[in-house]
Design a binder for this molecule. Structure first.
Ligand code: BGC
Length: 442
């Protein structure tokens, strides 16, 4: 077989992404912990518990794994409720612990990307109405100032919000995340406050650190119209695409929130993204469905021939990543792939999922699109929100009872990719020969 390779530009960032609540353990002072204690909220009654015990120090061994396997970057998040356990109290020890972690990244040659909000709010903040409270941007800005001041020595790449579009939808419209509301108006109100908070944080970070690069990590969902000849399906697809994918980046470019039935001006948010943070997992078909009023009349599904993941949660749709990157170009900023991955305890699909998505990213780079990083979700199995521990996204498997880690074959594949700064035909032959012809046709 001929040897061929897909190489990436020098300086490309290869890493994994994690989030505080999902890996640290004992994050008992936020709204998610509270939610996990309530019956029926999390699949099989799972709890985050000790998680991957990063707070107990196991971040060291996991970051060793990341560095030894050729990664040169890592994206992690800080936990607001640890840093500010009460409105009038800062925990300097917690900040010191994060400084230690970030120093740990540096010592291992890993460029840091820090997420300031990854779905969790301090309990005190949630009790004051969370993001529905119009004072929320003020609280967030204070937290961001304090945190960035403390960590600026080790990081210049900041994510204000992880997937604020997903968060507002799942917490306030669909209602499967705390506080469990099913109210579109509430989700639009929350979105407005979060955009304001982002704008305030963006400016605060830039006054503290001139060289900072600030953005969000958008949950991008590729949506394909199920029946392109049906005007209703086309309407549902367009509408959902706009509401889910486009509202946030357009607000951060133009300073206007274009909700389905109203526009809200947020002038201070214009031009507040230095990069486009792109989280991509899958592509969904969309059909109009009157019964789906709570989901904007859009029924979403995978086609019957789809290559489905371990629990059927995702389909392997790498082309959707290419289309999404193409769409993101319009915002005229560098694109950072901030998450991509699949739940697959057996590691049957993950090798081809990784290879095929990186191939699509390579195609994008070859058109000279400014794609600068890839962060795989995730380094080690971690607590998957309302799906608990039923889904396993790690390159390393976690045994929750013993905290032992076991390497999955994908970790070796990803290590080879990072070390090569590219994907070769040998890697595909060795790890996922079933897609060889797709990646190297003819
Ligand atoms: C989130 C992660 C989550 C992952 C897999 C992403 O949307 O940012 O926190 O673990 O999806 O479910």
């Amino acid at each position: 077989m001929p040897s061929a390779s897909f190489h990436f530009p020098k300086g490309f960032l290869w890493g994994t992404a994690t989030a505080a609540h999902q890996v640290e353990g004992n994050n008992s002072n936020n709204q998610w912990w509270d939610w996990e204690q309530q019956e029926g909220r999390i699949l099989q009654g799972h709890k985050s518990g000790l998680a991957c015990d990063w707070w107990g120090g196991r971040w060291k061994e996991d970051l060793d794994r990341a560095a030894e396997s050729g990664q040169n970057a890592h994206r992690l998040s800080v936990e607001w409720s640890r840093i500010q356990p009460a409105p009038d109290r800062w925990d300097e020890d917690a900040l010191e612990r994060y400084r230690l972690m970030l120093r740990g990244l540096r010592e291992r040659g890993l460029t840091a990307m820090v997420t300031l909000h990854h779905f969790t709010n301090p309990l005190w903040f949630e009790e004051m109405g969370g993001w529905e409270n119009d004072e929320s941007p003020v609280f967030f800005e204070k937290f961001v100032r304090k945190t960035v001041e403390a960590l600026k020595e080790y990081c210049t790449l900041w994510v204000t919000f992880n997937e604020p579009n997903g968060y507002a939808g799942l917490s306030y419209a669909v209602g499967v995340w705390p506080p469990g509301k099913k109210d579109f108006n509430a989700s639009f109100h929350v979105t407005t406050n979060m955009v304001r908070a982002h704008a305030a944080a963006y400016r605060a970070i830039h006054t503290i650190q001139l060289e900072a690069r600030v953005g969000i990590a958008l949950y991008y969902r590729e949506l394909a119209c199920a029946h392109p000849t049906s005007p209703l399906d086309r309407w549902a697809t367009r509408n959902l695409h706009h509401t889910l994918n486009a509202i946030w980046p357009r607000a951060l470019k133009y300073g206007v929130l274009e909700f389905p039935l109203k526009r809200v001006r947020v002038p201070e948010a214009a031009q507040t993204q230095d990069y486009f943070g792109f989280n991509y997992y899958s592509r969904y078909q969309v059909a109009f469905d009157l019964r789906k009023a709570g989901e904007m009349f859009a029924r979403q599904f995978f086609p019957p021939e789809a290559d489905l993941s371990g629990t059927g949660f995702l389909a392997n749709e790498p082309d959707g990543m290419f289309s999404g990157l193409k769409w993101a170009l319009q915002f005229n900023v560098p694109i950072l792939v901030t998450e991509n991955g699949v739940e697959d305890a057996e590691d049957k699909m993950r090798p081809r999922y990784i290879a095929q998505h990186i191939h699509q990213m390579w195609r994008a780079v070859n058109f000279n699109w400014p794609v600068k990083s890839y962060f795989h979700w995730s380094l080690v199995d971690n607590f998957e929100w309302e799906r608990g521990w039923t889904q396993r996204f790690g390159l390393w498997e976690l045994d929750l009872d013993t905290q032992a880690r076991r390497k999955r074959p994908s970790a070796n594949l990803y290590a080879e990719i990072c070390k090569e700064n590219g994907l070769t035909s040998e890697m595909v032959t060795n790890y996922c020969p079933e897609v060889y012809d797709k990646l190297f046709p003819g």
